[in-house]
Design a protein around this ligand. Structure first.
Ligand code: GRF
Length: 206
């Protein structure tokens, strides 16, 4: 059974979607460990309820991003993680994690990358920017993580209509539903080695 490690910072609804997919037999994988940078992240409670090992690696405890990242990589190795999933993880990591897990780190972003990505584009900031832009569609993206923030080969995307009466909150809720659908599916595709990378494009292996 392939072992995945999930990095979290907040509520963990994407973690819950992954847990549900595994328990519903839609995703054949084992969550070996859930690592949070915040001790009070509700995602930790979700993991505990399902008997999943958890580790808190508080970024405040490390003088540099590199040492913070080294602590995370050390725990991923300790739990024999094969695929790393950033699920609402809000800290920038040192590139050593990419060297440790080349093309084996997935991130979920609540917009249609490459639009509305990059510095400062997280949480409600994304949806506010989408609404202000006048775009009629938004959605979510699962991509492989490279050295640049929110830029990496896109594995899956899902689209939602931006309605005239949408607020940042209502749009976030619609996008989150898409996230919960595409993240487990993207994990399945990568674990089954179905993804062929061609620059920033990915293609499905037959
Ligand atoms: C989600 O919108 C995700 O796209 C972003 O963090 C938000 C919260 O995720 N990266 P979760 O509920 O903690 O999984």
């Amino acid at each position: 059974m392939k072992r995945i490690g999930v990095l979290v910072s907040g509520g963990g609804s994407n973690l819950q979607a992954i847990i549900n997919s595994i328990e519903d037999r839609k995703l054949e994988a084992e969550i070996a460990v859930v690592i949070s940078n915040r001790p009070n992240a509700f995602a930790l409670e979700r993991a505990a309820r399902h008997g999943i090992p958890t580790v808190v690696i508080d970024h405040h405890d490390f003088p540099t991003v590199r040492e913070f990242t080294e602590a995370i990589v050390g725990n991923l190795r300790k739990y024999r993680v094969e695929l790393v999933c950033l699920a609402g993880f809000l800290k920038i990591l040192d590139r050593i994690i990419i060297d440790a897990y080349p093309n084996k780190i997935l991130n979920i972003h609540p917009a249609l990358l490459p639009a509305f990505g990059g510095k400062g584009m997280y949480g409600h900031h994304v949806h506010e920017a989408v609404l202000a832009s006048g775009t009629k569609y938004s959605g979510a993206t699962v991509h492989l993580v490279t050295a640049e923030t929110d830029v990496g080969p896109i594995v899956l995307q899902g689209v939602v209509k931006v309605d005239d009466d949408d607020t940042s909150e209502s749009l976030a809720e619609k996008v989150l539903q898409i996230e919960h659908q595409i993240f487990p599916e993207a994990i399945r595709l990568v674990l089954e080695d179905r993804i062929m990378i061609d620059g920033l494009r990915t293609k499905l292996k037959r």
